[in-house]
Design a protein around this ligand. Structure first.
Ligand SMILES: *Cc1c(COP(=O)(O)O)cnc(C)c1O
Length: 415
């Protein structure tokens, strides 16, 4: 099975003349089309807003494209807040969903006027003390054993995130007593989920809970946020989640429950990351070596410092050997990087066409949690990021790191 690419071999060869491999390249046209599909699916929902989870692809050029499409930003750290600020986002276009939060990050979020989504009941007092309480506040709910999670995110009761149910009711009352006027409710219980009904279940859970909160406390939730977690088809045989179906099912539940519970017009927010950019980014790498020992190895000029999902989660990332798309996949390789870690492998026992040094490999679905998870272990330098514009132009949106970057925090003169 194959996966489509937005560029031909020639285009990449020309690009490599200017920007040597390895690099990440993103498909702007596909990112925009995908963003529009999501918003189109939710036009029925009053005040619908998607806050792109910045951690997935923290590149301001990508964030700017998404801002132009009408997305906000979901930030979880100081750096992500600053990125959002740099691309011109502010106020209620930013949601700050963090955990184990240091005071100065709350201060920055308040300064930007961001929506603050607290991870713990004790943070109400902490926020008040360090940055003051805002007029509007949102809390992250952890449903605990009442709800299964999934493989990547784990079981809710094992997760470090969110308020228990009891804490949620207490928290809203406490915040109200301290002067907070308006309220939101957030959760995130799945990750990389391909079953649309599991995401719909999150919506139903929050609709019901918002109703109960209103009944028990008189506090009316204005906005529910289902978090991120929609998966992407990493494997060629998997299917993309049909967001029209998700939206239709959520709409049914909304129409059934929200007005009846006195919650209308309840706004819907999301914090999707992976499905927004994941399928539209590619790690391009050149084969340096072939090695035959007890197995057959193909060694790339990229390493897990450029994409650590395979090493971290055993994740599958599809690989295309450019120019050999139509050849039979009758060789079996481990595709490796050069880190002194034996899990530095992009693929294990992968069926591929016969590979030679100099071949260009494209590793698919690296557009989210790819470059973003880069690191410098073993002195590896993070690669460049390129943007394939709708007119075919290739634009450098982050240069590759150099040795000077790597040594920037050392002062050799003091040696
Ligand atoms: C990671 C994360 C997201 C985005 O998740 P995806 O799986 O990329 O959609 C959204 N919200 C929070 C709080 C997160 O931690």
């Amino acid at each position: 099975m194959t996966k489509a690419l937005p560029f031909a071999k020639q285009k990449i060869e020309k690009t490599i003349e200017k920007y040597p491999t390895p690099f990440h390249i993103y498909d702007e046209k596909a990112i925009r089309e995908n963003a529009r599909r999501l918003l189109d699916a939710f036009t029925w929902a009053p005040g619908f807003k998607e806050f792109f989870a910045v951690k997935a692809t923290p590149n301001p050029f990508i964030m700017k494209i998404l801002r132009e499409e009408g997305f906000g930003a979901d930030c979880s750290s100081l750096a992500e807040l600053v990125l959002a600020e740099k691309v011109g986002l502010g106020g209620k276009e930013i949601i700050f969903t963090s955990n184990d939060t240091p005071a100065h990050e709350f201060v920055k979020a308040r300064e930007l006027g961001a929506i603050i989504n607290l991870d713990d009941v004790s943070h109400i007092e902490y926020l008040e003390k360090h940055a003051g309480l805002p007029e509007f506040i949102s809390f992250r709910y952890n449903p605990g054993p009442s709800r299964g999670g999934n493989e990547i995110i784990g079981l809710p009761q094992e997760a470090k995130y969110g308020f228990t149910r009891k804490q949620l009711f207490e928290g809203y009352c406490l915040a109200r007593d301290r002067g907070v006027k308006r309220f939101g409710l957030h959760t995130m219980v799945v990750s990389n989920e391909l079953d649309p009904y599991n995401y719909v279940a999150t919506a139903i859970m929050l609709f019901d809970l918002a109703g109960e909160i209103y009944q028990n406390t008189g506090i009316r939730i204005e906005v529910v946020n289902f978090g991120g977690g929609i998966g992407i088809p990493y494997r060629p045989e998997e299917k993309r989640v049909d967001m029209n179906l998700v939206a239709r099912e959520i709409r049914k539940a909304y129409e059934d429950k929200i007005a009846k519970q006195g919650l209308a017009p309840l706004r819907i927010n999301m914090e999707l990351g992976r499905m927004i950019t994941g399928p539209f980014g590619f790690l391009v790498s050149t084969v340096l070596h072939k090695k035959e020992t007890y197995k057959s190895f193909v060694g790339l000029d990229a390493s897990m410092a450029d994409l650590m999902r395979p090493a971290l989660y055993g994740a599958y990332h599809h690989i295309t050997v450019l120019g050999k798309e139509d050849r039979p996949r009758d060789y079996i390789y481990d595709v490796t990087g050069s880190l002194c870690e034996n899990n530095d492998k992009f693929a294990i026992d992968r069926h591929l066409p016969e590979i030679e040094p100099g071949d260009i490999l494209v590793i698919h679905d690296a557009g989210a949690h790819g470059h973003a998870m880069g690191f410098n272990y073993n002195g590896k330098l993070r690669s460049a990021e390129l943007l394939l514009r709708p007119n075919g132009e290739v634009k450098l949106i982050r240069r590759a790191e150099t040795l000077d970057d790597y040594f920037a925090t050392l002062d050799f003169h003091q040696l």
